[in-house]
Design a protein around this ligand. Sequence first.
Ligand SMILES: C[S@@+](CC[C@H](N)C(=O)[O-])C[C@H]1O[C@@H](n2cnc3c(N)ncnc32)[C@H](O)[C@@H]1O
Ligand SMILES: Nc1nc2[nH]cc(C(=O)O)c2c(=O)[nH]1
Ligand code: SF4
Ligand SMILES: [Mg+2]
Length: 257
Amino acid sequence: MPVSDSVIRTDTDADGERLPINELFASLQGEGKLAGVPSTFVRTSGCNLRCWFCDSYHTSWDPTHAWMSVEEIVSEVRTLDPDHVVVTGGEPLIHDETSSLLSALADDYHLTVETNGTLETDAPVDLASISPKLASSTPTPENAPEDTDPGVWTDRHESSRINLDTLAALVEHADDFQLKFVVTGRDDLPEIESVVADVRGVTSREVRDTDVLLMPEGQTREALARTRTRVADLAAECGYRYTPRLHVDLWNDAPET
Ligand SMILES: C[S@@+](CC[C@H](N)C(=O)[O-])C[C@H]1O[C@@H](n2cnc3c(N)ncnc32)[C@H](O)[C@@H]1O
Ligand SMILES: Nc1nc2[nH]cc(C(=O)O)c2c(=O)[nH]1
Ligand code: SF4
Ligand SMILES: [Mg+2]
């Protein structure tokens, strides 16, 4: 098991800006260009989308969190070993205070932001890890998580999941970027190709095929075992990069991994 530190779970009276934190832990980056790199994860709660497959249910469909000041988060991060920090969620960029957190960490850490690509940021970021959401992510009464009713979220998710100008701004913002698509099957390919072509059309930054990552959908080892070979084959066929979900292979769906 990786080092696993619990967040301070009581509310705090500390002055300053606060963020709703769902978990804060050290592990290995499981996804993307930096897979395998020891990293501290700061997971904010709350999201502006509702993917039916969201593997962080307690930040989206049923959000839970402790409020932590930016100062408290930074001190907790400093108690852990990694020099890479991944700010994720939920959707970290829905919170203005995420910018203050990133600025406070920027001098001492390599910063990855995991984002759904619908919100811009001015904050310092080394790797913008952008995961645009495809039509296959949209929640319906049939695919929504047990005991949830997507209600207004079917339309809200569908109408806000892709914003080309925002995707372009994020691609241009950081030292490096990746477009990391969650793939449920071959039917997702035409939309991936069209989003990539559209992004190329609106940004002057080069988007190489190896900046486009296909990641198999799956919250558990069992689910991943059903999707990963097909998704790897699609990546090989299209010249895109495949990314594993190392943390799921290693620790399944355990929290704080
Ligand atoms: C929980 S999201 C948080 C960051 C941001 N909201 C986003 O979606 O990019 C972190 C990463 O997990 C991916 N993800 C979520 N559920 C998944 C699933 N069931 N299978 C594969 N990847 C998943 C997202 O696409 C994203 O790349
Ligand atoms: N080990 C590990 N790697 C990850 N990379 C992105 C993650 C995320 O939830 O954003 C994640 C995660 O939850 N765990
Ligand atoms: S955008 Fe990210 S956090 Fe929000 S529901 Fe989708 S996968 Fe979950
Ligand atoms: Mg995760």
